[in-house]
Write a protein of this length. Structure first.
Length: 340
């Protein structure tokens, strides 16, 4: 399939967007309102409400706090959720980048769907009964809040860099190959990697959480481009089990296409552009059996880009639901083989 954005065109396509989210000082006190998209406070309230409505299946905990002190809320979904069962772990992350609002709503809606359809849908109950599912819808709550109240195209977190600029790109702050191609040491840059690997409390929290859970499968949601990406992102060299990762990515793309006829392209992360210090490369380097993927959600093109219309929230979730269920099933199969 033709690649959506060949790397040689990356500066021409993305640089105007990166400038649009340039560093600005000050916060706007306007009460947050993201329309049908979820704000930080709405995510927190609704995750706790889901857990309260389904106490036997769900619990919510904070896995850490942001630079500005906001909680990074995670919801665990499993039968017998109060017990520590020996089950495969599948993790779904959203909102590394502040302006990617759909990447928050898709994992949130996944949690909601799993819990509200557990009784009526045998496919869902099978996965919830056999796996430990964790969903962290909003990894970058400070940046997201700033995107809602002040600068819609803000990308980074809200770290005060001490030189008049703000923000670190959390998806360039992970330790593996930190500081390499596709990241920047310039604090003004939208891909500023931070002062050191895991310099940010948000990525520190994710590091500790992921190492403790040792997931068999992970999806981190972003937008846009309609891609299913797998390691490596920092180099064109393939990972040792590239064939298996690619096959799973193809299967997920087929699952997505079957819902609304929308095509997502499966490819190695570096085929889009080089990115060092990113989430899935780091997790794969630490836990190769984790099967980590980045899914770049709708749209495919620069227009509407990050500002996906509200009417596409539900269809985007609907087409990504079977891919998430498929990956949970794959985690269950890998765990079963490992236990033999």
């Amino acid at each position: 399939m033709t690649k959506v954005f060949p790397r040689r065109f990356y500066p021409l396509i993305f640089f105007p967007l990166l400038l649009a989210g340039r560093c600005r000082n000050g916060e706007n006190p306007t009460p947050p309102d993201a329309g049908l998209y979820h704000t930080f406070s709405e995510v927190a309230v609704e995750l706790h409400a889901l857990a309260s409505a389904h106490p036997e299946l769900a619990r919510v905990e904070s896995i850490g706090r942001s630079v500005q002190g906001r909680d990074l809320w995670a919801i665990e979904i499993s039968d017998n959720v109060a017990q520590n069962e020996a089950e495969p772990v599948a993790i779904f992350l959203g909102g590394h980048h502040a302006r990617e609002w759909i990447a928050v709503d898709v994992p949130f809606l996944l949690a909601k769907h799993l819990l509200e359809n557990y009784v009526s849908d045998a496919q869902i109950s099978e996965r919830v009964n056999a796996a430990e599912i964790w969903i962290v819808p909003l990894v970058n709550p400070d940046g997201h809040q700033y995107s809602v109240t002040t600068d819609r195209l803000w990308r980074k977190n809200r770290r005060d860099n001490g030189d008049g600029t703000f923000g670190v790109d959390l998806n360039r702050n992970y330790a593996y190959q930190w500081g390499g191609n596709g990241s920047s040491g310039d604090t003004f840059s939208e891909i500023y990697r931070g002062s050191a690997p895991f310099s940010e409390p948000e990525t520190q929290a994710l590091r500790d959480f992921l190492l403790a859970k040792k997931p068999r499968a992970l999806i981190t949601y972003h937008n846009f481009s309609q891609l299913i990406l797998y390691p490596w992102g920092y180099t064109d060299d393939p990972v040792p089990d590239e064939a298996a990762l690619h096959a799973q990515a193809v299967a997920m793309a087929n699952q997505i296409r079957a819902v609304h006829g929308v095509s997502y392209t499966p490819e190695q992360g570096s085929d889009l552009y080089l990115a060092s210090g990113e989430t899935t490369d780091w997790l794969y380097s630490e836990i190769p059996q984790s099967r980590p993927y980045t899914i770049e959600l709708r749209p495919r093109t620069i227009s509407p880009g990050f500002q996906l219309p509200e009417g596409q929230i539900v269809p985007t979730f609907e087409e990504n639901l079977p891919a998430a269920l498929y990956l949970i099933e794959q985690a269950m199969a890998v765990e079963a083989l490992a236990s033999k």
